[in-house]
Write a protein that binds this ligand. Structure first.
Ligand SMILES: [Zn+2]
Length: 346
C-alpha cells in the first residue's frame, strides 16, 4: 500500500489506532458507513462498536446468523428487535459451526435467552416445531407449553421429541388415558433417572406399573415401579418374568401370598429369583438345594468358559484385574488373577 493510499485510509482501517477509531464510531450515524466498518474493520472491538450502532434490522439479522465470529453474532443478536427476524435467527441456529465448544455454548445460551423476547406464543410453537437444533426446539416447547391449552398441539408435543417436553405436555392433556400411555412410555424409555421417577409417580394403574417393572430399559425405573406396586398377582408376575435379579428380589420382598410365592419358586424365569423364593418359603429345601449344588460342583470335572474381566482397587491404589470364568456344567464361578494386570490400566 502506497503513501497516498494510507493518507486517505479511514481511521477505523488502521490496525494500531483502536481508541481513535472507537471515538469516531461513537459519533457515526451514517448507516452505510457503519455497515462498511462492520464488514471491513480489522479490529474486532471496532467492528463490535459499529454493529452496536447499526439500526437496519435486516443487516444486523444477517450478521447475527452468518458471522464467523461468535462475538459479532452475540453483539448483533442484541440489536435484533423485529419479532419475525428473531424467530428466523433462532429457528435457523444449528450450533456446532464455530469449532469451539465454549463459544458455541455461549452462543447457544444467547439464542435460548432470545426466546424471552418473543411475545406471541404461536412464535414459540413455530420454533418448537421447526427449529433446526434439538435443544432450541426443546427450550421453545418448554416455554410454549406454559401458556398452551390447545389439546391438539399439546398432543403433538407429548407423543414425540424430547422426553422432558413430552412429560410437560402430557401433564396438560385432558385425555387421561392418552396421558397415562405417555407417562408409561417415558418411564420405560427415557434415560434420565429424575424424569423416570417423575413419570412413574404419575402412573396410576397397577398393570402399567407392572409393565414398567418388567420392561423399562433402566433397572432403576423397574425397581422404582416395584416400590409402587401393591397388587400381589402383579408382584408375582414381575418376580416371575423379570430378567433382573434385583428387580425380582424387590418384588419378592413385597410378596406375601404363599401360593404365588410357591408358583414363583418353580416358574420364575431367572434362576436367582427361583432360589431366593425357595429360601423365603422353604428354608429347608433351600439348604438342600445349596448342598446339592455343592455336591454337584465338587464332583464336576469343570469346563471353564471365560465370562468377563473384572477389577478392584487395592490399598496402594492399583487396579487389580481378574478374569472371571463359569463352568458350563455346574455353574460354578472362578476368578483368576491376571498377572501384571495393572499394566492394563489406561
Ligand atoms: Zn463344573
Amino acid at each position: 500500500m502506497g503513501l497516498f493510499d494510507s493518507l486517505f485510509k479511514p481511521v477505523w482501517m488502521n490496525e494500531k489506532n483502536e481508541d481513535k477509531a472507537l471515538r469516531v464510531i461513537e459519533k457515526e450515524t451514517d448507516q452505510t458507513k457503519l455497515a462498511e466498518i462492520v464488514q471491513n474493520a480489522p479490529i474486532l472491538n471496532v467492528r463490535i462498536a459499529a454493529i452496536k450502532r447499526v439500526t437496519d434490522q435486516t443487516f444486523v439479522a444477517n450478521v447475527a446468523k452468518n458471522s464467523n465470529d461468535f462475538e459479532m453474532r452475540i453483539a448483533a443478536i442484541e440489536k435484533v428487535t423485529d419479532q419475525s427476524m428473531i424467530v428466523d435467527i433462532i429457528k435457523d441456529y444449528k450450533s456446532g459451526e464455530l469449532g469451539s465448544v465454549n463459544n458455541e455454548q455461549k452462543l447457544m445460551d444467547k439464542h435460548v435467552k432470545m426466546l424471552e423476547k418473543l411475545t406471541d406464543n404461536n412464535l414459540l410453537v413455530d420454533i418448537a416445531k421447526n427449529g433446526k437444533n434439538h435443544r432450541i426446539r426443546a427450550e421453545a416447547a418448554d416455554e410454549a407449553i406454559k401458556e398452551l391449552n390447545d389439546q391438539e398441539l399439546l398432543f403433538d408435543f407429548a407423543i414425540a421429541g424430547n422426553y422432558y417436553v413430552r412429560y410437560r405436555a402430557a401433564e396438560k392433556l385432558i385425555d387421561q388415558s392418552v396421558a397415562q400411555d405417555i407417562f408409561v412410555d417415558i418411564a420405560k424409555n427415557c434415560d434420565s433417572r429424575d424424569l423416570e421417577k417423575k413419570a412413574i409417580d404419575k402412573v396410576t394403574l397397577q398393570t402399567s406399573l407392572a409393565d414398567i417393572a418388567k420392561n423399562a430399559k433402566a433397572e432403576n425405573a423397574c425397581r422404582y415401579a416395584v416400590e409402587k406396586l401393591i397388587c400381589q398377582p402383579l408382584l408375582a408376575d414381575v418376580a416371575k418374568n423379570t430378567e433382573s435379579y434385583l428387580v425380582g428380589n424387590d418384588a419378592l420382598k413385597k410378596l406375601t401370598d404363599r401360593a404365588l410365592l410357591a408358583d414363583a419358586a418353580s416358574n420364575a424365569k431367572n434362576e436367582d429369583t427361583r432360589r431366593e423364593t425357595t429360601r423365603i418359603i422353604d428354608p429347608q429345601r433351600y439348604q438342600e438345594m445349596l448342598d446339592e449344588r455343592k455336591k454337584k460342583q465338587a464332583a464336576c470335572k469343570h469346563s471353564w468358559k471365560f465370562k468377563f474381566t473384572s477389577h478392584e482397587r487395592n490399598n496402594e491404589d492399583f487396579d487389580l484385574y481378574y478374569d472371571e470364568y463359569e463352568c458350563i456344567f455346574c455353574g460354578k464361578y472362578e476368578s483368576r488373577y491376571v498377572p501384571n494386570g495393572e499394566m492394563m490400566k489406561r
